[in-house]
Design a protein around this ligand. Structure first.
Ligand code: PNS
Length: 202
């Protein structure tokens, strides 16, 4: 009896705001546990016009780190893409069949909105050099401003791919250069056909 009275007396002495940090810590731990228990779904957004061996390398690496990767092909109507979003998505699907935890999707609009829709809070971006980092860090900050709980994870490309980009591949292919070691075989063939058609149509 005396013990109970004493505990009640001591608890009553603690003011509400003395409890707040404790309650807040419990909430943070609870949210953290909930996040840890969820499947780790990461989104790998990009133009992928077209997918290169560098992109595939990033996907192979990130597929080991996350439960599921959604490769999100961005349809930006203001950019003059060589391939349609559907063609780009098909090239990705075909050339990543060996990676089991991948889903390919297309979207337009804000990446932050897409992340919300997919219930993911991890963005994956590949880095080839410090020059990439400049642009990527601004994009990451903008996305964090729009969605504070979203983090961008940067994955370094393998050294074999650091000079490869979709734009340089297109330029080389257009001018008749060999892109065999830069893109999957089906993309090489699609590039050949696209530029042959463009030539024919003037
Ligand atoms: O492969 P890319 O072209 O470097 O990818 C850039 C991409 C598509 C990821 C980026 O432009 C993007 O997220 N576009 C969607 C529109 C958006 O959310 N813009 C605000 C972020 S800066």
């Amino acid at each position: 009896m005396y013990v109970t009275q004493s505990v009640c007396y001591n608890l009553a002495k603690i003011r509400t705001f003395d409890w707040m940090p404790f309650v807040r810590t419990r909430l943070v731990v609870k949210n953290h546990r909930e996040r840890m228990n969820r499947l780790k779904i990461a989104v790998y957004p990009g133009s992928f016009d077209p997918i290169t061996n560098g992109h595939i390398d990033i996907l192979e690496r990130s597929s080991l780190l996350f439960d599921k990767i959604i490769v999100a092909v961005v349809h930006n109507p203001t950019k003059n893409a060589l391939f349609s979003p559907e063609e780009r998505a098909q090239f990705i699907t075909e050339s990543t069949r060996h990676i089991k935890n991948i889903e390919v999707d297309c979207f337009d609009g804000l990446l932050a909105q897409y992340m919300k829709q997919k219930g993911s809070d991890i963005i994956i971006r590949g880095l080839r050099s410090i020059t990439d980092f400049e642009y990527e860090s601004h994009m990451s900050m903008m996305n964090r401003h729009l969605l504070p709980h979203v983090d961008t994870i940067f994955i370094m490309s393998d050294i074999r791919y650091i000079y490869i980009s979709s734009s340089s591949v297109k330029e080389v292919a257009m001018l008749g250069g060999d892109v065999t070691c830069m893109v999957p075989a089906l993309v090489k063939e699609a590039l050949r056909q696209k530029y042959r058609l463009k030539k024919q149509n003037g």
